[in-house]
Design a protein around this ligand. Structure first.
Ligand code: FAD
Length: 426
């Protein structure tokens, strides 16, 4: 695809936001044309009016227009989506955040036939942040999408296959092979697998969340939105991701941070705290909980409660960004087979209780390697791993270490696996 993509959509359209977020996180340039009247919709997008369900319209080129596409349709039209090249791989990696991309780079460069399967966008959580300032080697900081795009290019140059728009939905171990099923119905076999699926944002659990989701209420730092948000922006959360989001929006507009804790000191890195304190357009409300989302068609205001005084108040806003951390998503794993801690993070190596491991799977009597899960040959790297440090550099380090563990594992099972992949896939 040559040239910029143009997206025509109405203000506060959830579908419009999803397309913008998807393109931003996949490092693709686009122009967003906001349609405010029926006349604009007819003139600019050639649809009947603002209520036309064909919006948003994505113009990829003069001859390629997509009306209200799904993300998968968009990825296919952009030729990003391709099925796996092979049935069998040495190493399959799920998730293309810093952990998965680093594992891809090391796996491929060390001669393993490596595939990375990513359901949404290369870069993971890191790809959604406007600036990462604590990643070694970038003294002036680097945007998440740029870091992700560089890592992606590097991994592909080393020979890794990266597939975006495909979700791993089930896994099973058979004859020593790891079998993985995708939402598309396809499946692959791999000798070793790295789960680098990170975490998903924790939901607020408020009553009208569904009404405003991606139409005023957003999860994550909203790096695609900073230029187009109008009016006061509310950020929920007091960690580094919330702090970065606040600073990013404060360049354009006024920001209120709703923070549950007593102060930002315990949750925010000093460099971010100092900058927030120096930014007059950011107001920080501590000991504060968001309690209600209000509005008719669009989000108009939010109500919050001060936990010290018990008093409630409201803020007029059309844009709330929630950065309150997350929890691992492991629906693909068979319950009980993959051992996790009470919060759902994958236990690996020395953190596993050896006496509870499946005797059938661990017949060779060896102990799980560091980063190896309760399933032989399945490794966990990055935020999804129990007790991991929730940082980009730590996740990238995890990815590299998991590959070295995978090599050790492959050496130990080399003879058992020969020739069995096809029968396992049958
Ligand atoms: C807004 C924000 C700002 C941040 N800023 C910083 C910072 O400045 N410095 C810093 O060090 N850290 C920062 N962090 C934390 C850092 O981004 C994370 O620690 C890091 O991204 C974790 O990497 P990961 O690869 O383990 O997981 P993730 O980055 O979460 O990536 C996991 C990937 O797996 C994919 N996935 C999930 N399930 C499946 C599936 N079933 N099939 C296929 N793919 C799947 C997801 O779509 C995602 O892309 C920030 C986080 C956020 C949210």
């Amino acid at each position: 695809m040559n040239g910029r993509i143009i997206i025509y959509g109405r203000t506060n359209s959830a579908a419009g936001y999803e397309v913008r977020d998807f393109l931003t996180r996949n490092c693709s340039d686009y122009d967003w044309v906001e349609l405010n009247t029926d006349d604009e919709a007819q003139r600019l997008a050639g649809v009947s009016g603002l209520a036309d369900p064909r919006l948003p319209l994505c113009v990829l080129s003069q001859s390629s227009k997509l009306y209200c596409p799904s993300l998968r349709e968009l990825a296919m039209a952009l030729e990003w989506f391709k099925g796996p090249k092979y049935e069998c791989y040495d190493l399959a990696i799920f998730g293309a955040g810093p952990a998965g991309l680093s594992a891809a780079l090391y796996g491929a460069s060390e001669g393993l036939r490596t595939i990375v399967v990513e359901k949404t966008a290369v870069g993971g959580q890191a790809g959604s942040t406007s600036k990462i300032e604590n990643y070694m080697g970038f003294p002036d900081g680097i945007s998440g999408w740029e870091l992700a795009s560089r890592a992606r290019r590097q991994a592909i140059r080393m020979g890794a296959e990266i597939i975006v728009g495909l979700e791993g939905v089930a896994g099973e171990r058979q004859d020593g092979w790891q079998l993985s099923w995708f939402a598309s119905g396809e499946r692959i076999a791999s000798k070793a697998t790295i789960c680098a699926t990170g975490v998903e944002y924790t939901r607020l659990g408020l009553e009208r969340e569904g009404d405003f989701l991606n139409r005023g209420l957003y999860y994550g730092a909203g790096s695609s939105e900073a230029e187009i948000c109008k009016g006061r922006v509310v950020i929920v959360g007091g960690g580094n991701s919330a702090g970065q989001a606040a600073l990013n929006f404060a360049r354009q507009t006024k920001v209120t941070m709703l923070v549950r804790g007593e102060s930002l000191k315990n949750t925010l890195s000093t460099y971010l705290l100092e900058r927030i304190e120096d930014t007059s357009s950011i107001t920080v409300l501590t000991r504060t909980t968001l309690t209600a989302l209000e509005g008719d068609d669009v989000l108009e205001r939010v109500t919050y409660r001060n936990e010290t005084s018990g008093e409630s108040a409201s803020i007029e806003t059309h844009s709330v960004f929630v950065c309150i951390g997350g929890r691992p998503r492991l629906e693909w794993a068979k319950p009980g087979v993959l051992h996790c801690d009470p919060a759902g993070y994958i236990l690996t190596g020395p953190d596993l209780d050896r006496s509870s491991l499946s005797a059938e799977m661990w017949q060779d009597g060896r102990a799980p390697l560091f980063m190896e899960s309760s399933i032989p040959g399945l490794f966990a790297a990055g935020d999804v791993r129990h007790n991991s440090t929730k940082r980009c550099a730590a996740a990238a380090g995890d990815g590299a270490t998991a590959v070295s563990m995978a090599h050790q594992y492959l050496l130990s099972v080399k003879y058992q696996l020969c020739g069995t992949a096809r029968s396992a896939l049958r």
